[in-house]
Write a protein that binds this ligand. Structure first.
Ligand SMILES: *Cc1c(COP(=O)(O)O)cnc(C)c1O
Length: 427
């Protein structure tokens, strides 16, 4: 039997945001090591995506493999109701160490979207416990927080096609995305949209949810750190909780360990996921402060109402703990800074190309925004032929490579982007 059967796949298996009747082309990957993905025909591709922000240390890492094997030999899973285990305790201790001091009560969940659901539920239960009817959220246009219903209800209404689920969603408030970029001077008129909503509806609003500094899947926009700092202040003034969704930005991606650090703020609730396990397994956490945890626990239910079957999965926790240790023992700040400098040097010249709307770089994130949506299958075919793995969406061609990528490997990625952009212009 063949190792892979693309026809079987196209006929029977859904892929992310893909039609079942006319699926986009897919590529069979049979192995991955370091910064390379191995195609079934033996060709190697340099990975520019970190498998959607997650594989920060690269693939098949000996230390993470070892952590997985060691935990596997003890137990891969045990229920978390009435039971605890060293892998969860060890991981949570590390998370408390590396996040802001005030964040100390951790909920272990299964995926980023679930971490967001948990955060929203925490905010709702918090106000419920205080006897307040605050049951709407403020979210940003261009935001992305996941694909489950609660998470979707705070995603950009157009991007995540709220119209498909009309009538099902609870109504939330959407404000304009911050307009001043990370590198521009900032003006307080950026807050007009938020202030308008707060002045009118603050007593109905449980929390604002925001991706700190980088709006990821909703458009890869990099905004000014003063905006986030001001949002924090407004949340205090209007008695609204601040949920920071660092599922994409956490663990060094933006040049700080957590993107909130750019604005020197502490959220009331923090969501982490993606790079948490170094891209090995699905795991996420929602972390809050003692006050919120205590208030929820004193409420009508007497507890926080959530408990997934695979909560605190020991295998995921053991790998996550090893990934954090690996990161903290690495010169990650320098690695990310070097990637940032190289991305700036090699991608910024594209700003002059007529079909390019903007080029943005922060930390180990590089984005080329085209004026028109790109032909994804065509670009992917080209990239694969050039030996790189880059997956554009919409008008965006972007890179977020593993931190261990070498100069030369990164150059190959940026060169492929430069070639394709210039080729588009000559069409
Ligand atoms: C990816 C992402 C999510 C959802 O995480 P999943 O693990 O895909 O459910 C939520 N928020 C942000 C900011 C993300 O980037």
């Amino acid at each position: 039997m063949k190792l892979y059967d693309i026809n079987f796949d196209s006929k029977h298996i859904w892929h992310p945001y893909t039609s079942m009747t006319s699926p986009m082309p897919i590529y069979p990957i049979v192995g991955a090591s370091g910064v390379e993905l191995e195609l079934a025909d033996g060709r190697k591709l340099i990975d520019g995506m970190s498998s959607w922000w997650s594989a920060i240390h690269g693939y098949n890492h000996p230390i993470l493999n070892q952590a997985a094997i060691q935990q596997l030999m003890k137990m891969s899973h045990v229920m978390f109701g009435g039971i605890t285990h060293p892998a969860a305790i060890n991981l949570c201790r590390k998370l408390i160490d590396i996040t802001d001091n005030k964040l100390e009560c951790i909920f272990l969940a299964d995926s980023g979207s679930v971490a967001v659901e948990v955060a929203l539920k925490m905010a709702l239960q918090y106000w419920q416990s205080l006897g307040k009817k605050k049951c709407h959220f403020v979210a940003l246009e261009g935001g992305y927080h996941g694909d489950t219903f609660g998470a979707m209800s705070v995603c950009d209404p157009n991007n995540s096609m709220h119209s498909l689920y009309e009538g099902y969603f609870s109504k939330n408030f959407f404000i304009q995305a911050p307009k001043y970029s990370f590198y521009e001077k900032w003006y307080p008129d950026d807050l007009i949209s938020l202030k308008k909503i707060l002045n009118k509806y603050a007593d109905k609003i449980a929390a604002i949810i925001i991706e700190p500094i980088v709006q990821g899947a909703g458009g890869m926009r990099i905004y000014n750190s003063n905006y986030l700092a001001s949002v924090r202040k407004l949340c205090n003034d209007y008695h609204i909780l601040l949920i920071a969704d660092e599922i994409a930005t956490g663990f060094g991606r933006t040049g700080k360990l957590f993107a909130c650090e750019h604005s020197k703020i502490t959220p009331d609730i923090l969501c982490l996921g993606k790079a948490l396990t170094g891209g090995y397994l699905t795991l996420s956490v929602t972390i809050t402060n003692r006050h919120i945890a205590d208030t929820i626990s004193k409420g009508k239910a007497g507890c926080f109402m959530h408990g997934p079957t695979f909560m605190g999965n020991p295998l995921s926790c053991a790998i996550a703990a090893a990934s954090i240790t690996l990161l903290m023992n690495s010169p990650w700040e320098k690695l990310v800074k070097d990637i940032e400098i190289q991305l700036m040097t090699e991608l910024f010249p594209l700003k002059d190309q007529p079909q390019v709307a903007d080029v943005r770089v922060l930390g180990a994130i590089g984005v080329v925004e085209m004026k028109m949506p790109v032909n994804v299958p065509e670009l992917q075919r080209y990239f694969v032929a050039k030996g790189v793995w880059i997956r554009p969406f919409g008008k965006l061609i972007y890179l977020m490579p593993p931190y261990i990528i070498t100069n030369k490997q990164l150059s190959k990625l940026t060169q492929a982007i430069r070639d394709i952009v210039i080729k588009q212009n000559n069409k």
